[in-house]
Design a protein around this ligand. Structure first.
Ligand code: 1PR
Length: 593
């Protein structure tokens, strides 16, 4: 792989760009022909008969399954290809991608796909890149130490920078359209789409003819490009709900034509703009005593009924509930396999099946956790955490979450004077799948002291003194679903995890779990001030106001709840209405299909 200096602005590898410019007139003629066709508007989701075929470049990128699911849900057939001949034969090509720039270019190069992609782009046939599939079109990226890209669009992709800026940029953000386009015809002005990335391309004079829409996060960056039949977006249509699927639909139906700078633009200035605070529905999943996989919910992690024989509380079926929360407007759905610490997730076929089926109908990000660690089964066969995570990703997860193993990793990290050697589960998964895919779930419980000198862990002066009037509290990490406390705090764990490559913290609180008294602001404030990765506040939501409160009181990026949603006490749309009323930036669910 050729390396480029990170400050490179030129000279760029112009061949692909020149090829594209030379053949652009053909693309324009083709576009005019497309415009003349009557636009089919009706959509049948899950149509019995195929509405047409699209080629998906499957080079091992992380989001291929999600993109395929989204396209199939629109009634189109997906033809996966991974070789030059497959690309050359395509009439409509989708180029997905998540993960590291360098690894993606390595794969494209080693499989001989670089020139075939450039030739395809230059051919004037419809092309759509997604996320990394947009970034790879540029001259190169700072990521992976500086890597040359496909050289079709001028510019070098760089990392988000900014004092205290939370990176990765995860969540739903508004777009500023520079031109109008049929591609986004069903995305209302000022609406939000789902982004997840640490690197971005920025607009400049050399690429302004490509820029379709920009987005604001620590400065302006390119959210979508379009020129002739070539389009690409930094956000994920496949994870942006029905709004996102409508973008694929317009591309697939040939209604993606640009409509020029003079045409209607979609202003976002002045409206509720910027990155929204996310609302996440969480499903704690385990087998009940009859062996059925159920969604359960505990009080301070105790999930058994107090009477009725003490069976595991059964609050519903995982796939059904995930679908329900998607329709209510959940920004993400999380599945926690709460007995994963003692089971073997690789042999947990029902859990993997839950993921597979959910990813076919739930078009927002799915996180799964539970049991991701190295282990040896009863036959002496060893598995790595990376292999367990790979099985979850393959089944449809967008992110994986690690609980117990993260605590052991952090203990080792401090014991080794914070040295990193790349061997831990956190480092390996984030290296392979990107930091945005690596979540650490912390299960802390309040530990009271009279004076901070009584513990090595970071304390806060608490407004809720301990049982003996103790005025200070630290937040003790636990493992095995809260069964065992360790001598490390949530603050220390979060800092170690950020350094090791974790992209997001899911911050539970055993004391507040299932209590309905609101989130623990002292805990959430402590951790979200300590790191510059997104923090998800979890445990204790009892009413919509609790979400607005935690967003106002702390810097957390998202808030998660379980019990109030499962028991039907609160609909996710009610939470969002309350947030909007409180002027918290909020993503709106729209049914546009
Ligand atoms: O340790 O890597 O195997 O992961 C196990 C995962 O399972 C961890 O993420 C851990 O948080 C979770 N877990 C383990 N035991 C339980 C339990 O409840 N007995 N659930 C458990 C954690 C906490 C939240 C809950 C919120 C919101 N549940 O997920 O959904 O507290 O609840 P609320 O809104 O009803 O208050 P590993």
């Amino acid at each position: 792989m050729a390396m480029i200096a990170t400050s490179v602005t030129g000279p760029a590898p112009l061949t692909a760009r020149a090829q594209f410019e030379r053949r652009a007139p053909r693309a324009l003629a083709r576009r005019a022909a497309v415009r003349a066709r009557p636009a089919p508007r009706a959509i049948r989701v899950f149509a019995a008969e195929s509405r047409g075929e699209v080629t998906l470049l499957d080079y091992g990128a992380g989001n291929v399954r999600s993109v395929r699911n989204a396209i199939q849900a629109l009634g189109f057939t997906v033809k996966s290809v991974d070789d030059p001949a497959g690309i050359a034969a395509a009439d409509k090509l989708i180029f997905p991608g998540v993960g590291a720039y360098g690894s993606a270019m390595d794969v494209l190069t080693s499989r001989g796909l670089v020139d075939p992609i450039k030739d395809y782009v230059a051919s004037g046939k419809p092309f759509m890149g997604v996320c990394l599939g947009l970034q790879l079109l540029f001259d190169g990226s700072e990521e992976s130490g500086g890597v040359e890209g496909l050289g079709i669009i001028p510019g070098v992709v760089g990392k988000f920078r900014g004092d205290g800026l939370v990176v990765p940029h995860i969540g739903w953000n508004t777009l500023d359209f520079k031109r109008d386009t049929g591609l986004m015809a069903d995305v209302p002005a000022g609406d939000r789409l789902y982004f997840v990335h640490s690197y971005r391309a920025t607009p400049d004079v050399d690429n302004e003819d490509w820029v379709l829409a920009t987005c604001e996060y620590g400065g302006e960056f390119i959210a979508a490009v379009q020129k002739g039949e070539v389009t690409a977006c930094q956000f994920h249509p496949e994870k942006s709900g029905e709004k996102g699927l409508s973008i694929f639909r317009n591309f697939l139906e040939g209604n993606a034509d640009e409509r020029g700078a003079g045409a209607k633009t979609k202003p976002t200035a002045g409206v509720d703009a910027g990155l929204a605070k996310r609302v996440i529905a969480c499903l704690d999943v385990r087998s009940n005593d009859a062996g059925d996989l159920v969604v359960t919910k505990g009080d301070s992690y105790d999930v058994r009924e107090k009477d009725d024989g003490g069976d595991v509380r059964n609050l519903g079926k995982p796939v059904e509930l995930a679908g329900k929360y998607f329709k209510q407007g959940a920004d993400e759905v999380a599945f926690l396999n709460i007995t994963g610490y003692r089971d073997l997730p690789l042999t947990d076929a029902p859990m993997l099946e839950v993921l597979r089926r959910s990813s076919e109908t739930v078009f927002v990000p799915l996180t799964v956790g539970g049991g991701i660690r190295d282990f040896t089964d009863s036959n002496g066969v060893s598995y790595t955490a990376l292999e367990v995570a790979a099985a979850y990703f393959k089944a449809g997860a967008d992110k994986v979450s690690i609980g117990s193993d993260a605590v052991y990793v952090a203990e080792q990290y401090y014991a080794n004077d914070k040295k990193k050697d790349g061997s831990t589960s956190i480092e390996q998964i984030s290296e392979r799948y990107g930091v945005q895919a690596m979540v650490v779930s912390i299960d802390p419980r309040r530990a009271y002291v009279n004076d901070p000198s009584e513990t090595k862990n970071r304390c806060v002066k608490t407004s809720r003194p301990g049982p003996n009037g103790e005025e200070y509290v630290w937040f003790q990490c636990t493992v095995k679903g809260g069964r065992e406390g360790r001598d490390i705090g949530a603050y220390e764990l979060a800092i170690a995890m950020e350094d090791l490559g974790c992209g997001e913290i899911l911050l539970n609180c055993i004391d507040e779990d299932g209590q309905g008294n609101g989130f623990d602001h002292e805990l959430v404030g402590l951790v979200s001030d300590a790191v510059t990765i997104p923090v998800i506040a979890s445990s204790g939501a009892g009413e919509p106001k609790h979400f607005t409160d935690v967003f106002n009181a702390t810097k957390c990026s998202a808030a998660l709840a379980a019990g109030i949603f499962h028991r039907g006490e609160v609909d996710i749309s009610e939470v969002k209405d309350h947030m909007k009323g409180g002027k918290i930036p909020t993503n709106e669910f729209r049914s546009v299909l």
